[in-house]
Design a protein around this ligand. Structure first.
Ligand code: FAD
Length: 382
């Protein structure tokens, strides 16, 4: 289907290149990585070898220096083959890009797929409500001492350096949220895996920080800039997670349409029943609508425009549309859809993981209420 009004010939060529790579190199390994449920070094290396971990990074630092629309194209195509790899790719591309201070050596290693970085923000009582964060960084001479616990951290175990958000002293004397670079093997850091139902190869972990010492120079961005950096990243990452859901859904819809044309029951293809064909075309239309919202918001980011409202809409609509499509396709395969041997059940588990990352769909609704109706109606803290 032509999207020329939206994409340049360069974008189309890039999509074709990433699609070919993802179909031949990632898709055949997807179920094996799902079963192993650990961050696959092989996937990192493959993504790194194809320039997919430094898509928006400057060429002078070993990146591809492409626009955010290209980043979205890559995530959509990777997710069609493997949702975990899409999560790995968007996390590496965005936290490397939006949080200044990782150090050139670390970023180059990340871009080559030789190392991984992770973002540790969520806590038991501070998931949606970041302001409730309890982890602290206290100044002691020229070091910070970090105490606290993080959960649901993607790419852990496996990442070698973590961006840990914590309450820390701000220049105005209050405690603001800042972000510190913490090596995963620093004394006092303990990491435990958290078993997940889907996207199992992107790995999820709990991180305990007991009097962890890092130098004052380990801040990512300015001392009190943690929230601002996270929000800047959200404007892009909230377009990438729905594109992952929609990429996976697009693949499932394509396979299910092929299947429904060929599967004969009661002497005719099941696609001849409108109760089968109508949902397929309706979901395809919703997938296309979701893609448009995502690419519009990414394009706005490319133009330097504030896309916070558009990104929240893209995420709320796109993830819902992606999950619904995969969920409704599964039973059309009959009992086979439910079997491990067929790829649909993994895709359903995988896309469900996208419900939460970077803020739940309810939180997207709350943000939209705040932006469209006014802060008084959103029920958030002042
Ligand atoms: C696969 C995956 C990857 C993740 N990766 C990371 C990561 O890399 N780094 C990281 O720090 N965190 C990560 N997370 C955590 C994620 O950011 C949180 O799960 C998410 O922000 C929601 O927080 P919570 O799970 O604590 O839910 P809670 O905040 O406890 O919310 C519970 C429920 O209440 C709803 N709710 C809360 N407030 C409202 C309201 N005002 N109105 C309506 N409904 C509301 C929520 O939508 C949710 O359904 C990841 C999670 C998953 C599942």
């Amino acid at each position: 289907m032509p999207d020329h009004f939206l994409f340049t010939p360069g974008h189309e060529a890039y999509r074709a290149r990433v699609r070919e790579f993802a179909r031949t190199e990632l898709a055949p390994r997807s179920s094996e990585w799902d079963r192993a449920a650990v961050l696959p070094r092989e996937a990192l290396r493959l993504l790194g070898d194809h320039g997919l971990l430094g898509i928006v990074a400057p060429r002078s630092r070993g990146g591809e220096e492409r626009d955010y629309v290209s980043l979205g194209i890559a995530i959509e195509e990777i997710a069609a083959a493997d949702v975990s790899c899409a999560q790995i790719a968007w996390i590496q591309n965005t936290i490397g890009h939006f949080f200044p201070g990782w150090g050139e050596d670390t970023l180059r290693a990340v871009q080559r797929g030789e190392a991984a970085i992770a973002l540790a923000t969520s806590e038991e009582d501070a998931g949606s409500d970041v302001s409730a964060m309890k982890t602290t960084a206290t100044l002691d001479g020229d070091e910070y001492v970090i105490d606290g616990s993080k959960i649901h951290v993607s790419l852990t175990p496996g990442a070698s350096v973590l961006a840990v958000s914590c309450r820390m002293p701000a220049p105005d004397g209050r405690r603001a949220i800042g972000m510190l670079r913490v090596p995963a093997d620093a004394p006092g850091v303990t990491i435990a895996p958290m078993e997940q139902m889907g996207a199992r190869a992107h790995s999820l972990g709990a991180v305990r920080l007991d009097r962890v010492r890092v130098p004052c120079t380990a801040t990512l961005g300015a001392q009190n800039e943690g929230k601002a950096l996270m929000y800047a990243r959200y404007n892009v990452s909230r377009c990438l997670s729905p594109l992952a859901a929609l990429g996976a859904a697009g693949d499932v819809l394509r396979r299910t349409m092929d299947f429904a044309r060929g599967k004969v029951v009661f002497g005719r293809p099941i696609a001849m029943n409108q109760s089968v064909s109508f949902p397929l075309v309706e979901h395809q239309a919703k997938v296309e609508a979701g893609r448009l919202l995502c690419y519009r918001a990414l394009w706005m980011n490319d133009q330097g425009l504030d896309a916070s409202t558009e990104a929240a809409m893209a995420k709320w609509f796109g993830i819902g549309a992606g999950i619904d499509a995969v969920k409704d396709c599964l039973p059309l395969w009959g009992a086979n859809g439910y079997l491990k041997e067929f790829p649909i059940e993994q895709k359903l588990r995988d896309v469900l993981s996208l419900n939460f990352t970077g803020g739940t769909l309810n939180i997207m609704r709350v943000l939209l209420v705040r932006q469209l109706l006014g802060a008084d109606f959103a029920g958030l803290r002042a």
